[in-house]
Write a protein that binds this ligand. Structure first.
Ligand SMILES: [Zn+2]
Length: 297
């Protein structure tokens, strides 16, 4: 399993679309197919749609399947219950994919997959200590320290969405107040403004960036990170307004000597990120180091 020609079958399962592709050992994506996540129907309807995509993409020479999927899931990824896919509650995704493909299958949450992908072939390439996060409908993240992805007791390490950024702020879905997800996610912005998050004015774009920067600063200060890479429709859609405000907040809050100079930047893989990350989950599951934290330039 150390041949440069080895290919992973990558699967990304989201609330709005399903995606499958082939990813080589250099992190290059090919043969991508996507389809809408069925809006209704039972667990088997959803599975049949995914299985059809897998069969369209695979050529038979793949050696592992890697999956990025919304949480929650069991710590080993055997059963998934994505919040944004109500038809799947405790769905045995790993075993079903193994049965379909005859390959080893590894499943992890999509934000952790993104972190691996960005370290392998994206904006965090060559960086040993970073957080990768998604700011879109919700907020999630994954953290690499010492070149290794953190898992945590139940596999949720890096879930930055519930770091408090506004004391006594908006009530979050988790029950706490002022969580980053309640203040800066698309869902939170829509609830606060009554409008499509894409219509945010400059002040709101900057506020969202500031709050993301605030959460990132706490994590940088805690874990001695150097970099935060941010993906997701809210962050990337808000663009320079968002990232300038986020960097200014990081600069203002990361004052202890080791944390100074930390950067917050857009993710580098754009829409290939979820599948490249999913492939990295597969390789990681097989014990293959794709080279996160290694500078190969
Ligand atoms: Zn919360």
């Amino acid at each position: 399993m150390d041949q440069a020609s080895d290919t992973a079958l990558a699967v990304d399962i989201g609330g709005t679309k399903l995606a499958v592709g082939r990813v080589d050992r250099a992190g290059r994506l090919s043969a991508r197919r996507t389809g809408p996540t069925p809006a209704r129907g039972d667990a088997e309807t959803m599975w049949e749609r995914l299985a059809a995509l897998v069969d369209e993409v695979r050529l038979g020479d793949e050696v592992v399947v890697g999956v990025g999927c919304g949480g929650p899931m069991t710590p080993d990824g055997a059963q998934v219950s994505p919040l944004n896919i109500p038809a799947w509650v405790g769905f045995p995704l790993r075993d079903r994919l193994a049965g379909l493909t005859g390959l080893p299958v590894h499943v992890d949450n999509d934000a952790k997959a993104l972190a691996l992908g960005e370290g392998w072939a994206g904006a965090a390439r060559g960086v040993r200590d970073y957080i990768a996060m998604v700011v879109s409908t919700g907020v999630g993240g994954g953290i690499v320290v010492d070149g290794r992805l953190l898992d945590g007791a139940a596999g949720n390490a890096g879930h930055i969405g519930h770091v408090i950024v506004v004391p006594d702020g908006r009530t979050c879905g988790c029950g706490a107040r002022g969580c980053l997800e309640a203040e800066a996610s698309g869902t939170g912005i829509r609830a606060a403004t009554g409008r499509d998050p894409a219509e945010a004015d400059q002040a709101l774009r900057r506020r969202t960036g500031t709050l993301v920067g605030r959460a990132v600063a706490s994590v940088v200060n805690l874990l001695d990170l150097r970099l935060a890479v941010v993906a997701g429709s809210v962050a990337l859609g808000y663009g320079e307004d968002f990232f300038a405000a986020a960097q200014a907040e990081v600069d203002a809050r990361c004052r202890i000597e080791f944390a100074r100079g930390a950067r917050i930047v857009p993710a580098g893989l754009s829409d290939a990120g979820p599948l490249v990350g999913a492939a990295a989950v597969g390789w990681r599951g097989e014990g293959v180091d794709v080279g996160v934290g290694i500078d190969r330039r």
